[in-house]
Design a protein around this ligand. Structure first.
Ligand SMILES: CC[C@H](C(=O)O)C(=O)SCCNC(=O)CCNC(=O)[C@H](O)C(C)(C)COP(=O)(O)OP(=O)(O)OC[C@H]1O[C@@H](n2cnc3c(N)ncnc32)[C@H](O)[C@@H]1OP(=O)(O)O
Ligand SMILES: [Co+2]
Length: 134
């Protein structure tokens, strides 16, 4: 089952400039930078109390982030939910008729296994499922 919002993903053009901007806004610095080649992104994480923000910059022109920014500009890209059993949750959501964008959990950032649901089936909101890697 979904337990909590794990992070909000924000697509940005320049992660260094956005790091500076969000550090001022949040009055705290990013705690982690991590690139995930398989997603064609580099990420920067902030945490404010229980709320985690993930900034994403494309490192590859074919990256989902590059296409998103090309089409919609910078902004909120996805909502990620923590799940206690990603396999079971993927099966449950598939049975409920949601479209999974990956059939097996894939490597995410911040030591997670992740799966995405197509936004066409979730009122236009890209949903990510995250489970802490054991
Ligand atoms: C490093 C991992 C990290 C983590 O937390 O661990 C991440 O979060 S990685 C984040 C980047 N990776 C992904 O987003 C993977 C899942 N996304 C995809 O597979 C694609 O982006 C997909 C399928 C959502 C869209 O790809 P497509 O090639 O179909 O692009 P289109 O521009 O043709 O989009 C089709 C349709 O979907 C709408 N769309 C695209 N992205 C989003 C979005 N983020 N939120 C809402 N809607 C989105 C797009 O506008 C098109 O709609 P249309 O009405 O046809 O214009
Ligand atoms: Co994410």
């Amino acid at each position: 089952m979904l337990t909590n919002v794990e992070h909000l993903g924000i697509a940005v053009k320049n992660i260094a400039a956005s790091d500076e901007l969000f550090s001022k806004l949040f009055n705290t610095s990013s705690y982690k930078h991590e690139s995930v080649e398989s997603e064609g992104v580099t990420t920067s994480f902030f945490i404010i109390n229980q709320t985690k923000i993930e900034l994403l910059e494309a490192t590859d022109p074919d990256s989902p982030i590059a296409k998103f920014i090309e089409k919609k500009g910078e902004g909120i890209h996805h909502i990620a939910f923590e799940v206690d059993d990603i396999w079971a949750e993927m099966q449950r959501l598939k049975n409920e008729g949601f479209t999974l964008l990956n059939e097996t959990p894939k490597r995410g950032a911040d030591n997670k296994l992740v799966c995405f649901l197509h936004p066409k089936g979730t009122n236009g909101v890209l949903i990510e499922l995250c489970q802490e890697k054991p």
